[in-house]
Design a protein around this ligand. Structure first.
Ligand SMILES: [Zn+2]
Length: 681
């Protein structure tokens, strides 16, 4: 038995005061530690959280005073503080049984200090093990970061805490408390290790599941079917070798939200209103008629995305449910403040989505983003009784190319271009994420009867030598033919050329013909194709055409339209300057009452006038510029280009220019230099 009855009585009253003091001591140290962590991160980071916040506040301080924004930041700070208070309580309770045995203040302080130190070591070591790219993963290469050590220390500290709780609840039962605490600990550990299997209700659904799977920024020329190294994306390449691949597909605009708006509406941006990321929601056509039609047919409709900073698609667009982090302007600031060990350790737990809605399954907070967890959350959200329509977008391949684990360094892939090197490294990660996702779908019986479309929303410019068009025309005139990023320059073909592939699954296996389909296609073609897949009458206006199941020469007259976003000067540098990008673009946005960043309406209209516009037809591309430069005609096969005024070849540029002028005729500022009239008359 631990304590004598008379003695324990006298130390008991003393211990109460001492525990309270211990709690405040611990809390004070926690807060001091938070300040140290915060300053340490600022010291070693190129951009601090505040430099980014500052870049935003530069523009419009009162924008950040919107209620939703303040509430979001306050919620994050309160939760973080609360968790550290809770931790201080746990350490204090852990001290209690020892304080009952030792009345001496020096011994008590020593016990407290050792427990505090062990707790800190545990949290820092676990953070380093699970999230090695965390700035505070300071133990990442030390022997402390081993599963046996962390498990043992967790078990000891947890037993100690439980012992403290039991001694508080049942003060008279000393030994029984130790036994009880150990037993509970072992039980909990067993639950932790043995993952409860999901129920696998294989259901036979008559209507096929429909999946549109998007991979952000994926360039087709990095895939094996276009001649790239198979090992860059082995799983995806295997999958595509079984698919119908629509070889020449273009995105209507090289930006995530705009591309997805076109995918889900079947309309070009000119007709659905989404001309930019973060376009004012009241100017955008929603909900999607396709999603409504599918709901009426009994489908469960889900939109899932692991980064929603620039993508606002949600329930208002007609979806039954949305899986992904919360959307709001606070995202950027919280993601930059968040890298704290205790916060990191809780983000991916079941309570993480409630405590940290901006950080849970958020690829933009790459340090803790767990691709498998995102997959699991999406797959478990699917209906097992109704057919599913799921549009899902994976964003790991998007700049800034960060991930939870360090990337494998394959020096063979290094060609002196950092962004491109990281892109290829991240391609492997998104490849295994997609593979895991497909496996989970198959496992749940979701591919027993399904149509799967695999797409990318845009490409990515890396200024690679093989991408460039000829830099000058036959008269020696120069043209800016390439650019970094996406949506910034229509002459950079790699920014707008995207992946589009279809697989028809039956009983878990693809049953379609594997083939490459020639012709010109656009992401707006998916909606009419889905209507056709289901045999639904197309009751809504669309710009796209149902995708053919084989190459059809009669589709040779197709015109496909592409527009640019805004040219941003700071992304034309080789290293993207985050602060500059923000300050260059932030003045265009406002924060609405719900905490979301939105492009100001006046900027939306003004910016449309600054777009480049292009039409593709056979191997030709015709580009109109916002300034008074002459139109440029590109031969995408030979990679040479001509100003229209001295072009003598046989390209059907008149038909192309006519279509282009027709398509964009209602745009403000369209054709200020009267190009359409000049060349068409
Ligand atoms: Zn994107």
């Amino acid at each position: 038995m631990g304590q004598g009855t008379a003695e324990s009585h006298s130390t008991h009253s003393g211990a109460q005061i001492s525990l309270l003091r211990t709690f405040f001591r611990t809390l004070a140290l926690m807060i001091l530690l938070l300040l140290i962590f915060f300053n340490y991160k600022n010291l070693i980071q190129f951009y601090s959280a505040f430099s980014i916040a500052n870049a935003m506040t530069h523009i419009d301080l009162n924008q950040l005073l919107e209620k939703g924004f303040i509430l979001d930041i306050a919620f994050f700070l309160i939760v973080t503080l609360f968790l550290h208070v809770l931790w201080a309580v746990i350490i204090t309770i852990s001290c209690r049984p020892w304080f009952l045995r030792f009345a001496d203040n020096i011994v008590r302080t020593q016990i407290w200090f050792i427990l505090l130190l062990l707790h800190l070591i545990l949290v820092l070591a676990a953070n380093s093990l699970l999230y090695p790219t965390s700035l505070l993963g300071i133990f990442r290469n030390s022997p402390l970061v081993s599963i046996p050590f962390i498990s043992l220390l967790s078990l000891i500290l947890f037993s100690n805490f439980l012992y403290g709780v039991m001694s508080l609840l049942f003060p008279s039962k000393g030994l029984a408390n130790i036994l009880g605490a150990t037993l509970m600990c072992l039980l909990l550990a067993t639950f932790w290790i043995v993952d409860v299997p999901n129920g696998q209700a294989r259901v036979n659904i008559e209507q096929p599941n429909l999946f549109i799977i998007g991979i952000d920024g994926l360039r087709p020329d990095h895939l094996a079917y276009r001649g790239a190294d198979f090992s860059l994306a082995p799983k995806l390449n295997t999958l595509l070798s079984q698919a119908s691949v629509y070889d020449k597909t273009y995105t209507p605009m090289g930006r995530t939200y705009v591309a997805w708006m076109s995918i889900l509406s079947g309309l070009y941006p000119t007709n659905n209103g989404a001309r930019f990321n973060l376009a004012p929601p009241e100017l955008v056509q929603k909900p999607f008629p396709l999603v409504d039609a599918l709901s009426k047919r009994g489908y469960q409709t889900t939109y899932a995305m692991d980064e929603r900073r620039f993508n606002q698609i949600d329930e208002e667009y007609g979806f039954d449910s949305v899986v992904g982090p919360k959307v709001g302007a606070a995202d950027a600031i919280i993601a930059n403040l968040a890298d704290l060990p205790l916060v990191n350790l809780l983000i991916n737990t079941p309570v993480g989505q409630y405590l940290f809605p901006y950080l849970n399954i958020n690829r933009a907070y790459g340090k803790t983003y767990d691709p498998q967890l995102f997959n699991k959350r999406v797959v478990t959200s699917l209906s097992t009784t109704a057919p599913n329509f799921l549009a899902i977008h994976f964003c790991q391949l998007h700049w800034p190319f960060t991930s939870k684990d360090f990337v494998e360094l394959d020096s063979n892939q290094w060609q002196g271009n950092y962004n491109h090197f990281m892109y290829k490294a991240m391609l492997k990660k998104v490849d295994s994420q997609l593979d895991d996702f497909m496996t989970q779908l198959a496992h749940k019986g979701m591919l027993d009867n399904a149509h799967v479309y695999i797409i990318s929303d845009h490409g990515e410019g890396f200024m690679l030598p093989q991408d460039k068009l000829t830099t000058q025309d036959e008269k020696g005139r120069q043209l800016n033919v390439s650019a970094w990023g996406h949506g910034t320059n229509l002459l950079a073909q790699e920014q707008t050329h995207v992946l589009l592939a279809h697989l028809r699954y039956s009983l878990g296996k693809p049953v379609n013909q594997s083939q490459r389909i020639d012709g010109l296609f656009s992401l707006v073609d998916i909606v009419p194709t889905l209507y056709a897949d289901l045999g639904l009458p197309l009751s809504t206006k669309v710009d796209g055409q149902a995708l053919p199941r084989h190459t059809r020469p009669d589709l040779d007259n197709r015109m496909v339209f592409v527009e640019s976003s805004l040219p941003v000067r700071s992304v034309n540098a080789s290293f993207i300057n985050e602060k500059k990008v923000l300050s260059e673009t932030a003045s265009q946005y406002e924060v609405r009452e719900n905490g979301r960043a939105v492009m100001k309406t006046e900027n939306y209209w003004r910016n449309i006038a600054l777009k480049q516009r292009a039409v593709y037809h056979r191997q030709w591309q015709l580009v109109l510029f916002p300034d008074d430069r002459e139109p440029v005609l590109v031969n995408t096969q030979t990679k040479d280009w001509h100003y229209l005024d001295n072009y003598k070849g046989k390209a059907p540029w008149r038909e192309m220019l006519f279509s282009l002028c027709e398509h964009y005729k209602s745009d403000p500022g369209m054709d200020v230099s009267n190009t359409c009239i000049k060349y068409l008359n």
